[in-house]
Design a protein around this ligand. Structure first.
Ligand code: A3P
Length: 295
């Protein structure tokens, strides 16, 4: 794979996507060794697009369909990221052939930041369900800016945001280019809607009940009329709300709280300069033109 420098580290391009070395090796191991089962569910996203929220909602929907209740819920004691591990950042990072026979959930739920063509390679024709969570890139950038600062245990610095915007526009950044990630799943959802569901963070915020019902339907565990009347949709939304999830005292990973900041739409307006916005808009316009996808 070709390489480039990104924020002082080498990143490697594999099948059009940029990875750090450990993630690259994990992706290759995943492609060589992963054996799908027909009921697998895979949650995909570009980082900072609402992955944690999608994981929690999926766990809550499935738990309910196997008879679980919101009391003593797995989400109250296990972070969504522990319950739904990443292929390339958890499972295949730890071992080239992780033991998936004792997987904690049934059906198995995994997650990934790989683009669809890379993810699909070992899936062959298995009828796995793939859910992609997409978010406005300006909010993604601001979220990532804060996330990296938190990881480095420092205050946010404007120069870091500037270099993030610049690397975003060049398409050279972890799991980038952003547009390839989004467009691979967008097109996949148009071609194969039975197996690929495209969701937007902004839609989930604007019409949460409708979107959660849509997700449940896609996953094969739709809400019955009785459940709807009984407020089951609202209960799941409450369980997975920003306030509730971030209040859980889940310390197993020590990083639970790093995934919660504001959870709002359009916070970018408080941070991006007009010049940054223009640069991003130009790239978005060019890359998404004609795709039918709007931000
Ligand atoms: P902000 O930094 O804009 O607040 P990811 O899970 O892909 O890493 O994305 C993290 C972003 O999703 C953060 O955005 C975080 O606050 C937001 N988020 C996490 N849980 C959420 C929830 N339950 N509802 C809404 N947003 C949530």
């Amino acid at each position: 794979p070709s390489d480039a420098d990104f924020q002082g580290a080498k990143i490697y391009n594999y099948q059009g996507c940029w990875y750090r070395n450990f993630a690259l090796q994990a992706v290759i191991d995943f492609q060589r060794n992963f054996k799908p089962t027909d009921t697998d569910i895979i949650l995909a996203s570009y980082p900072k697009s609402g992955t944690t929220w999608a994981k929690a909602l999926t766990v809550a929907l499935l738990e309910r369909s196997v008879g679980g209740s919101c009391n003593n819920h797995p989400l109250a004691s296990g972070s969504p990221h522990m319950l739904v591990p990443f292929f390339e950042l958890d499972l295949y990072r730890k071992s080239p052939e992780p033991d998936l026979t004792k997987f904690p959930s049934s059906p198995r739920v995994f997650s990934t930041h790989m683009p669809l063509h890379t993810l699909r390679q070992p899936l062959m024709n298995a009828p796995c369900k793939i859910v992609y969570m997409c978010r406005n890139v300006k909010d993604v950038l601001v979220s990532r800016w804060h996330f990296y600062a938190k990881m480095a245990k420092k205050e946010v610095e404007r120069s870091d945001l500037e270099s993030m915007v610049e690397s975003f526009c060049r398409g050279v950044h972890y799991f980038g280019p952003f547009w390839d990630s989004v467009l691979s799943y967008w097109r996949g959802s148009l071609e194969d809607p039975e197996h690929v569901l495209f969701m937007k963070y902004e839609d989930l915020k604007a019409e949460p009940c409708a979107q959660v019902m849509r997700l449940a339907e896609f996953l094969g565990c739709p809400f019955s009329q009785e459940e709807k009347r009984g407020g089951s949709v609202e209960k799941i939304l409450e369980l997975c709300s920003f306030g509730n999830l971030s209040s859980f005292d889940v310390n197993q990973t020590g990083t639970h709280n790093i995934f919660f900041r504001k959870g709002e739409v359009d916070d970018w307006k408080n941070h991006l300069t007009t010049e940054m916005q223009k640069k991003i808009d130009m790239v978005i316009q060019e890359k998404f033109q004609g795709s039918g996808l709007e931000f």
